[in-house]
Design a protein around this ligand. Structure first.
Ligand SMILES: Nc1nc2c(c(=O)[nH]1)N[C@H]1C(S)=C(S)[C@@H](COP(=O)(O)O)O[C@H]1N2
Ligand SMILES: [Mo]
Length: 394
């Protein structure tokens, strides 16, 4: 078989299986961490019936940590993926392009893996800057792609297992035997030691990669890791910005909350003895204070001091037994977050409040005045603002 003369030839020492293995396993760790924390986020937002009543509410910052790790590992995967692709891209020019049916399927699975991962990281990154320039639902696509990636990655790992195994450890280098004929001669024609050169190149590459991953992590992690916040040059959100020391994702204006709606506001609570309360009546109920974070799926998070009425107490007043599942309805009628569900694990929890105050002040309009949900260990997107109804679900 002759190789077409126009195919490029690659002489770099780092387009080799050892480098692909070393970079690949770091990328694998990042992808695995991102996948597992993504599963957690998905199941907290859309709990299967199996978990009903059992969603974790401790540690209260659990979601802050797992979602912070999700964003950090996803961002770290970007330079790792780029270097991995650079290491193996000469394979694109292998000849013949397809050797057998199995080989064709393998190449196809890699194409799916690469395309899926690039798209997943890209839409994830755009999501962290709150940009949704596509017609499809972000979460559904992000979720589906995660499984496409997992499947094609398992195929890839299975096919490459022998190669990965061979190059998992650095080979002890045989002593160079100049001019040796037993196949152990590692001396390049110019007298240098080719293996040693490759090792040195690889070390340089890995330091560069470590610097790149470290840099992108340091300048973004500050949006959830408070001690790093002064370094968070590139994080889309400054956790200190916003009224009352807390960022705002959707303002009252953007959510279409009218003055009239707020003026006529009442809280309805369903149950065997449903009732309605004015804000004044709500303020007359026993108030509790909690220290809980808002942890947005987009990666920023911030702890705050909340005061308000326990959801548990509101339900008890309506004659609801401990542990009801709720539908929480906001004054907001457009958008996907106006109506949310709350698992009984949260409604049972004494830390779950219908908050009226934030950091010592009455909630500002953008933070959900007159009342919003705050619950422990819960994705920010479900901490519903401008709450007006609590309906008990069967
Ligand atoms: N009604 C309503 N509640 C909402 C939202 C919304 O768009 N509408 N955004 C949610 C999201 S995505 C987050 S992260 C938090 C942000 O809270 P904050 O803007 O009060 O800081 O509120 C949540 N509550
Ligand atoms: Mo959010």
């Amino acid at each position: 078989m002759t190789i077409p003369a126009r195919l490029p030839r690659f002489r770099g020492t780092l387009h080799d299986p050892r480098t692909a293995t070393v970079v690949g396993r770091l990328l694998g760790i990042a992808v695995l961490l991102c996948f597992l924390t993504g599963l957690i986020s998905h199941y907290l937002q859309e709990p299967p019936a199996l978990f009903s009543g059992h969603l974790p509410t401790r540690p209260v910052s659990g979601y802050r940590v797992t979602q912070g790790l999700h964003i950090v590992s996803g961002i770290a995967a970007v330079p790792l993926l780029l270097v991995k692709l650079w290491t193996v891209y000469p394979q694109l020019f292998q000849w013949p392009p397809v050797r057998s049916v199995a080989h064709a399927l393998e190449r196809l699975s890699i194409a799916v893996l690469v395309a899926g991962t690039l798209l997943e990281l890209f839409i994830g990154l755009l999501n962290t800057v709150q940009w949704y320039p596509w017609p499809f639902g972000f979460r559904q696509v992000h979720w589906a792609l995660a499984w496409v990636i997992t499947g094609s990655l398992l195929i890839h790992l299975g096919v490459k297992a022998p190669t990965i195994g061979r190059h998992w450890r650095r080979h002890a280098r045989p002593l160079p035997v100049p001019g040796g004929t037993d196949g152990t001669d590692r001396t390049a024609p110019d007298g240098s030691d080719a293996d040693a050169d490759a090792d040195a190149d690889r070390r340089a590459l890995m330091w560069g990669l470590a610097a790149a991953v470290g840099a992108v992590t340091l300048v973004t992690a500050g949006q959830s890791v408070t001690p790093l916040k002064d370094l968070a040059l590139l994080s889309p959100r400054d956790p200190d910005a916003g009224p009352q020391g807390l960022p705002v994702n959707r303002t009252a204006h953007a959510a279409g909350i009218s003055r009239a709606a707020v003026r006529n506001w009442r809280l309805y609570v369903g149950g065997p003895r449903p009732y309605e309360l004015t804000l004044r009546q709500l303020r007359a109920m026993p108030q509790h204070s909690v220290e809980l974070p808002i942890a947005c799926v987009e990666g920023w998070s911030k702890s705050a001091h909340w005061e308000g009425v326990r959801i548990r107490d509101l339900l008890a007043r309506a004659g609801v037994e401990d542990g009801a599942r709720l539908r929480v309805v906001s004054l907001e009628t457009r958008g996907g977050y106006g109506v949310t569900e709350m698992d009984s694990a949260y409604t049972r929890d004494g830390l779950t409040l219908l908050a009226l105050r934030l950091n010592g002040q009455v909630l500002s309009p953008d933070h959900g005045y007159p009342a919003r949900v705050i619950a422990p260990d819960r994705p920010g997107v479900l901490q519903t603002k401008w709450v007006t109804r609590l309906e008990v679900l069967a």
